[in-house]
Write a new protein. Structure first.
Length: 148
């Protein structure tokens, strides 16, 4: 029963608001912090080299300090920052939904714990592309055979 509570839209919304408020508060106080997040929800632009990406566990800790902290920002439901990875300091912009953040730390102290996850993406599947094409009456007119 408890696990179902954490996956409801109401709980996700509450947790997302809590994450947003906590991040905004830390920025307002100019406080560097760290995030533990689910890497499967994280986007890297440009993509990280395979050897770096493969070194991550399911949950990864990002320490936001110095340049990384200076570039960090919250844009609506997303959290974005620039960071360098690996021994060559490969630069990438990191973008993640707020709900991908599992914990926020200030120093050694956990200040927020998130038990929710981003809402699953709705996947659109089309059984037959012709079926999808014919659902639009305008397309049906175009596909009628011309009589000689």
């Amino acid at each position: 029963m408890t696990a179902n509570l954490f996956s409801t839209p109401d709980f996700r919304k509450l947790m997302q608001e809590h994450l947003a408020h906590m991040i905004d508060y830390l920025f307002m106080k100019d406080q560097e912090f760290a995030l533990a997040c689910e890497v499967k929800y994280v986007d890297f632009t440009p993509p990280l080299p395979e050897e770096i990406r493969n070194s991550f566990n399911d949950t990864v800790l990002f320490v936001l300090s110095g340049y990384t902290y200076e570039t960090a920002k919250r844009e609506g439901e997303m959290f974005i920052f620039e960071a360098g990875f690996g021994s060559n300091n490969f630069g990438s912009t990191v973008t993640m939904p707020l709900l991908a953040i599992k914990q926020i730390f200030v120093g050694e102290h956990p200040v927020l714990l998130n038990l929710s996850y981003p809402a699953p993406e709705k996947k659109v599947t089309v059984k037959n592309s012709m079926e999808a094409l014919l659902k639009n009456p305008e397309n049906q007119k175009l596909l009628r055979k011309k009589k000689p």
